[in-house]
Design a protein around this ligand. Sequence first.
Ligand code: HEM
Length: 127
Amino acid sequence: SEGGPLYDRIGPAALAALVRAFYARVAADPDLAPIFPDDLTVTAEKQLAFLTGFTGGPPLYHQRFGHPRLRARHLPHEITPTRARAWLACMAAALEATPQIAPPEARELYAALERVAAHMVNTPDTP
Ligand code: HEM
């Protein structure tokens, strides 16, 4: 990483814009929409709180909801390799649609999320 926490280089407004752009794509994605709630308001709030701490900002998710235990929290959902790819594709598109986040920060955040997404896979694709 170049020049301190990602959060300081991205800023809260751009991070919130990213989360909005991301869930707009999730809601429209045929692989992802079926496993998410119809109303993504609370999901998006939790994700913004999580990403704030994840990028080195205030630990809002921990403060509001406790330890993230992300893999455990995802176990009730069938996270297949296909869905992980769809999640990452939504994130890549959301980053491109959020010009407030410059390419170096976008690349760094995406690379970090790629690692987390791989860790969330808990179900094989059905052949
Ligand atoms: C919650 C799917 C990856 C962070 C959820 C929920 C689903 C889901 C279905 C529940 C939504 C709800 O009921 O509100 C997926 C899929 C992924 C993925 C298909 C593909 C790999 C990730 C990654 C992160 C993440 C990489 C980290 C940035 C979260 C958070 C929540 C959540 C913070 C809210 C947990 C809570 O209920 O407190 N995800 N997720 N997810 N996901 Fe993911």
